[in-house]
Design a binder for this molecule. Structure first.
Ligand SMILES: *Cc1c(COP(=O)(O)O)cnc(C)c1O
Length: 400
């Protein structure tokens, strides 16, 4: 079916919450994807920082196919080897001392963290939560209540829990907001959906110290940043500020749906039997995919690749002198190209016409979150083409 046909039928069959995406993708291989009409693109968004190994990676294909052919689902009435290996593997990467809950998505990982924090608060007379303005933690009602982006939060309020929002990156404001009645602080290591906005150096370490001083749980939402995105397994490792609870999802399954909530030390014992659950969470196929992702990142040195190629990408963008381009921010293969005006949709469209998939994340910011397997040559092919893309976007903006 042609892309146009698919778009028409999509529009008729689906709720309008996504609008109609501009491209129907048909297949992928490595960092390249092809649309339904056979056009090829370099994929610099990886399904929103998800396809960490690129597309159709043999290790992922083999793990998923073999597991599906062996046992695809057990529910949590039974346990299975891939989930045990995965939980142990995650704890190993995190220093050992904790426990894991497996979910299917980012928002579900945060729901688990929130329920843990509510239970912790009830046991200790702690009644409120702190999160950041413009933060994003997911679309389900608990995670949404922690989400500081008013446009997506307010239509669905009021919310059942008391969340106080502080300006992101301001350690003094955080300190002033957190006291002995605060159950938990939820923070991203850099704000992904807000435009890949990193905090000042030392912010995560300050959050750790503030939570230690008051007894509030420090919950790090690493759903977008974990599993090599920033060049480290976990972004908190750059500041050595380990949270009490960590949530992750996107890149973990390499495209298969899986999320995880990890609680360290005694916090791993907060849930009692029956407190939480998920029929699909940690299912054998997704767990096998995640194990293949972790193995491949290790074996192929993809943390170092993300750090190095991320620098190549950033340096290439920084070297461009163009009236539409202000600069670049972020770390590893998690970057935003920042524009001088609200032209991100026009630049996204011009990039697509030139064969590059990037994401107009904010009116003035484009997200680059390619597979961790991106090569330096692929990064340079984009930065070499970007001035022409910006020119095309500038003329499109003028004409409209
Ligand atoms: C994507 C994201 C979520 C939500 O994940 P879903 O899998 O879409 O539910 C939560 N927090 C952060 C930081 C994210 O980037």
């Amino acid at each position: 079916m042609s892309g146009d046909d698919l778009r028409k039928r999509f529009e008729a069959a689906f709720m309008p919450n996504y609008g109609v995406p501009p491209v129907a993708l048909a297949r992928g291989e490595g960092c390249r994807v092809w649309d339904a009409d056979g056009r090829e693109y370099l994929d610099l968004i990886a399904g929103i920082a998800v396809s960490s190994l690129g597309h159709a990676h043999p290790a992922l294909v083999e793990a998923v196919a073999a597991q599906a052919a062996t046992l695809a689902h057990t529910s949590n009435l039974f346990l299975h080897e891939p989930e045990v290996l995965l939980a142990e593997r995650l704890l190993g990467l995190l220093g050992g001392d904790g426990r894991v809950f497996l979910a299917n998505s980012g928002t579900e990982a945060n729901e688990a963290a929130l329920k843990l924090a509510i239970k912790y608060g009830k046991a200790n007379g702690r009644t409120y939560f702190v999160a950041a303005e413009n933060g994003f933690h997911g679309r389900s009602m608990g995670a949404l209540s922690l989400t500081g982006k008013n446009a997506i939060r307010e239509p669905f309020g009021p919310f059942a829990i008391d969340v106080r929002f502080v300006p992101y990156g301001d350690a003094d404001a955080l300190e002033a907001a957190v006291d002995e009645r605060c159950a938990a602080v939820f923070l991203e290591p850099a704000q992904g959906e807000a435009g890949v906005v990193p905090p000042p150096d030392g912010y995560f370490a300050a959050a750790r110290r503030i939570c230690d001083a008051t007894g509030a749980l420090f919950v790090a939402d690493e759903i977008q940043s974990a599993i090599g995105r920033t060049g480290a397994w976990f972004a908190f490792q750059h500041e050595d500020a380990r949270p009490d609870v960590l949530t992750l999802a996107k890149g973990l399954g390499g495209g298969l749906p899986i999320g995880a909530c990890v609680a360290f030390g005694d916090h791993g014992d907060i849930f009692a039997k029956g407190d939480h659950g998920s029929t699909f969470g940690g299912n054998p196929v997704s767990a096998a995919a995640a194990l293949a992702v972790l193995d491949t990142i290790d074996k192929d040195g993809l943390l170092a690749n993300a750090a190095e190629v991320g620098e190549t990408l950033a340096a290439g963008l920084e070297a461009i002198d163009h009236p539409l381009l202000k600069g670049v921010r972020g770390r590893g293969l998690w970057r935003a190209a920042v524009l001088t005006g609200p032209h991100a949709p026009a630049v996204e469209a011009a990039a697509r016409d030139a064969g590059f998939l990037i994401n107009a994340l904010q009116p003035d910011a484009l997200r680059l979150a390619p597979p961790l397997t991106l090569t330096a040559a692929q990064a340079r092919s984009f930065t070499a083409a970007f001035p022409t893309i910006l020119d095309a976007a500038a003329s499109a903006v003028k004409e409209s």
